[in-house]
Ligand binder design. Structure first.
Ligand code: ADP
Length: 380
């Protein structure tokens, strides 16, 4: 009995993987999309879970299932690691809904549905925020009134923790060292994107904040912005806070600058001389470079930089653009190594560079499955 079902629900999707942890093979992989949208056929996450169970019929043997691992987006400051689910844990996740109004309800629905479907199987919640609970106070504190901080939970939490943790462990292994021996910067560049400064295996700063909106320019999120912009737009246009939040999360970023949130389109358009695409690419890479500079200062010594997720694993243009002009700090990409397409973990820095620059394909599902078994005291 060594299989884990991993459930990863977004606000309008459910991804699932059934993994045999003995040989780490995927026995089933699927995604249900457009949940609750007019163009989709699945009304809500509960109905989505029914579809998942139907798709797993014949593939999943309950007697082999050791755990169900759930990705949960927001653990606030309540969860520092993977957690065995019980009623109290569900209650706490529910209390955190105001911090993640689109994601935590979906995650909870799936947990409840999985508990009902597999009453004899342990359920483990793995939080996107947990890895960043090691941030020092000076890094997670926003300079806002005490009542906002203490009564309303306004602080930096950070996200993509499972990915940052997985990639940092793999990167340490590539360097032939233990995670506790390595300082590094992990760049998770997907549709959502964040940077993480890791000292001796622990997250000490990260670019996403109380919500995933802060930090890098993303597919559809603005990233860093003068906080006064929201009030200004509200005054000038009469938009509500809700509408402005939606615009900054869903209609900004690369999409707003270049008309597409897919780096492949933007790369191709920029190469043909399309001006908005060039600006989008320049701004995107510059923002990453600024964070690298900040985290070099925060960390002091950096052994490695690791690129991951859709853009980080695939876009040679972004990797080169993000590191442009950092040669004097011992950070660079080898044009030849950077240009090579591969699905493997690899070095892309030149021989002379002091800091290793790596590409590490992320695997949040295997990390969730590993952490689920870890909680149960079983090795994966
Ligand atoms: P998510 O954050 O939704 O999990 P991914 O990590 O899969 O997303 O990243 C998706 C993004 O990766 C796409 O929107 C696209 O911009 C980018 N991407 C995927 N493949 C390539 C590629 N070959 N070149 C450049 N960008 C790519």
């Amino acid at each position: 009995m060594n299989q884990v079902l991993v459930l990863n629900s977004g606000s309008s999707s459910i991804k699932y993987q059934l993994i045999d942890m003995d040989d780490r093979t995927r026995l089933a992989v699927g995604i249900i999309e457009r949940i609750g949208e007019a163009s989709g056929s699945v009304a809500d996450h509960a109905a989505g879970m029914e579809v998942v169970l139907a798709e797993l019929e014949g593939k999943l043997d309950r007697a082999q299932l050791a755990a169900v691992g759930h990705r949960v987006v927001h653990g606030g400051d309540r969860f520092r690691g993977p957690t065995l689910v019980d009623d109290e844990v569900c209650d706490t996740i529910s209390k955190l809904i105001p911090l993640a109004p689109l994601h935590n309800p979906a995650n909870l629905t799936l947990i409840e549905a999985a508990r009902a479907a597999f009453p004899d199987t342990p359920q483990v919640a793995v939080f996107d925020t947990a890895f960043h609970q090691t941030l020092p106070e000076h890094a997670y504190t926003y300079a806002v009134p005490q009542s906002w901080r203490e009564d309303l939970g306004v602080r930096r939490y950070g996200f993509h923790g499972t990915s940052h943790q997985y990639v940092s462990r793999r990167a340490a292994a590539m360097l032939g060292r233990r995670p506790e021996e390595v300082n590094m910067i992990v760049l998770h560049l997907g549709n959502g994107a964040s940077v993480c400064a890791i000292r001796e295996g622990k997250s000490i700063d990260t670019s996403m904040g109380m919500t995933p909106l802060e930090g890098l320019i993303m597919g559809t999120r603005s990233g860093d912005l003068d906080p006064a912009v929201s009030a200004y737009i509200a005054r000038q246009t009469g938009r509500t806070a809700e509408e402005i939040d939606l615009t900054l999360n869903k209609e900004s970023g690369l999409l707003a600058l270049a008309g597409s949130n897919d780096l492949r389109d933007i790369d191709a358009a920029a190469a043909k001389g399309n001006e908005p695409a060039r600006l989008a690419l320049d701004a995107y890479c510059y923002r990453i470079r600024k964070y690298i500079g900040a985290y070099l200062a925060a960390l002091g010594r950096v052994d490695a930089l690791a690129f991951t997720a859709g853009v980080g694993e695939n876009s040679a243009t972004v990797r080169a653009g993000a590191l442009a002009g950092l040669d004097h700090l011992g950070i660079a990409v080898s044009p030849k190594r950077n240009a090579q397409h591969s699905k493997e973990e690899r070095y892309i820095s030149p021989y002379w560079a002091e800091t290793a620059v790596l590409v590490v394909p992320t695997d949040e599902e295997i990390e969730i499955a590993d952490q689920a078994l870890e909680v149960l005291g079983r090795a994966g």
